[in-house]
Write a protein that binds this ligand. Sequence first.
Ligand code: NAD
Length: 377
Amino acid sequence: MKSFVHRGQITKVVFGSGTRSRIPEEADALGCRRVLVLCTPDQADQAAQTGEQLGAAAAGTFAEAAPHTPVEVTEKAVAYARSVGADAVLAIGGGSTIGLGKAITARTGLPQLALPTTYAGSEMTPILGETEGRRKTTRRLPEVLLKTVVYDVDLTLTLPAATSVVSGINAMAHAVEALYAQDRDPVAFLMAGEALDALARSLPLVARHPDDTEARADALYGAWLAGTCLGTVGMALHHKVCHVLGGTFGLPHAETHAVVLPHVIAYNAPAAGEAMARLAQALPGDDPATALYDLAGRLGAPRALRNLGMPETGIDQAAELVVRDGYWNPRPVDRSAVRTFLARAWAGEPPSPSPGRPHSRTGSVTEHPLTTGARHA
Ligand code: NAD
């Protein structure tokens, strides 16, 4: 018998095609009459259409959401929300825009609704990452959980194929780490496996035909499940590495996840047999790490950190930062092992199984005892 704790989600989820038309009634159901629409400059057109749909309930649009949720942007948005008497925020966009909405909620208590348009999954988590100066901090704040998320597959059709692929692999990363999370539970495990199946089968179709609505719906379904995993269980080495690389070298979020994930899967495989067995169902082949590396290559995703702008001299620094204040991980983490796989990821080489360790997907390997750590994103 396995004991577990499962955390349920409070967020209402609406999923389908054309579902954005339900935004006015969802806002109304929350008692909101003055909704401030948030977006990046790139998505001003989609935001304008949403504002029109809201009609009299539209309080205005703030179109300055930016990556990594800079505090100065949040302060400007909060001032604008107050000036227009907003009683809710509605984010239309990806993790950057939804992050701005969470930062506003944290400061004002205004409820947030969202129309997610990428596969990053932030809409399903209580995680708030913010940047002040060059410093990024990440917190779990239950109060920033969204009230309502309306997934409208039609809004994802404009996400460019290349961005869709890396965003989809970003979602896969949440699901992979949920499979071996320290606090995993049977529901999270089921959701993670289902998310990986959906993303692995849909991303090749989306890459070839970005306007394939069925494939887009499958990818968005996987992204919802993966985001829910990210919101309910703790993340491990992969997310720590990506936070370090993003924070230290300013590397792009989704692309960094896409490069690093095969290497961390290979590293953790010997200590996560049950997770690898489930992952291999979604990514059949010699081993899931190589299967993902090959898939990323076939879909045109970047596979080398050097091509994302990371200097070679940064490998040692990153390895040091990853082990300092590290997250819990199924396999103990040491600096030299991290340095080894980061060097491969930097050069774009395939992931390598650890020497002397079984690289198995049979489930026969031993799970390592838990090392210390906390719940992180
Ligand atoms: P993003 O939100 O930065 O979007 C990337 C670009 O794509 C933006 O210019 C955006 O306007 C555009 N875009 C988005 N959807 C589009 C569409 N359908 N059509 C055309 N253009 C579109 O990228 P992201 O990867 O979704 O989010 C990354 C950010 O989110 C990072 O800052 C990351 O740290 C954060 N994040 C947070 C969490 C969390 O739980 N807190 C989870 C995942 C990501």
